[in-house]
Ligand binder design. Sequence first.
Ligand SMILES: Nc1ncnc2c1ncn2[C@@H]1O[C@H](COP(=O)(O)OP(=O)(O)OP(=O)(O)O)[C@@H](O)[C@H]1O
Ligand SMILES: [Mg+2]
Length: 308
Amino acid sequence: MIRVLILEVLHYLMSVTTNPSSDVFDKVSKMIVGRTKEIQLMIRAVKKGLPIIIEGPVGTGKTEMANALSQSLELPFVRVDGDDSLTSIKLKGWYDPPLVLEKGFSRETFIPGPLTQAMEEGGIFFYNEVNRAPSETINAVLTALDERLITIPQLGEIVAKENFLTIFTYNPQDTVATNPLPKAFYDRCIWIHVSHQSLDEMIEITKLRTNYEDNLLTEISCAIVQATLNHPELEISSTVRGAIQLVELFKEGEKIKEEELLERAIAVHSRKIRCKTTTKKTEIQIIEEIISKMLANYEDERIIRKKE
Ligand SMILES: Nc1ncnc2c1ncn2[C@@H]1O[C@H](COP(=O)(O)OP(=O)(O)OP(=O)(O)O)[C@@H](O)[C@H]1O
Ligand SMILES: [Mg+2]
């Protein structure tokens, strides 16, 4: 019985230390708070070479997760950020005109763009905020996603090496300066959905990012953000990014004076949140209310309440 148990433990330890995906999981988990299921799903997908897209509202850790996964896989890694000027030529590559005049069209005169580079090296192509690029750019990536090849004029087909992987991020609520994604793109990807994290996880994220051990300040900053999530009068809530920024506007251990907290919280959150058209209040009034209600629940000598 004991022998069987020892063998099982040994087997488990071997699988943990030699299983590359468990190794990747551990590395990603050191950089990302929570998100266990999402990280496992991403690793499953990339192990099979499937393109993944991390989808969620602003400030939910999409870029951080994609970066953490890319770094942990220890493969060559290129990142592009979607914007209007990211054309398919920039992604795939172009011919160098003086070299073409001298040597004609050939692999030697072709300068690979990041997509071609990742395919040729067998590395990760990380495309951040995919809907910010023109739709034609996304169309150019489609064959790389499933057939793992792209066509370059005069050169022909470039076929991706085995380890070639694609990771995208996407915020569907972002409607300014963005473009619709083609249906064919939706169909080719594995979708990893993320949303805002719990208060405890936000506190952990904020501590990780600020390196502050200040429990009170971190908790208050994160609780303000949590109060904006699903707030009945808000159309858009704030994010953990706001909690991190608010903490950084204080010194560790500094007294938390209500007026200063309010002033800094307004600077951080007033343009991150947006009121519903049905409310008569302004964003600043909502922040004032949240802070006033919240501080009433704290009994701490570091907190100095505003005199009425
Ligand atoms: N789960 C998490 N673990 C560690 N850090 C996180 C996590 N979620 C968010 N963060 C931190 O929160 C901040 C915002 O995250 P990030 O930039 O990845 O969000 P995003 O979803 O890409 O936002 P946007 O839509 O604005 O690009 C960063 O400082 C990031 O490090
Ligand atoms: Mg991002």
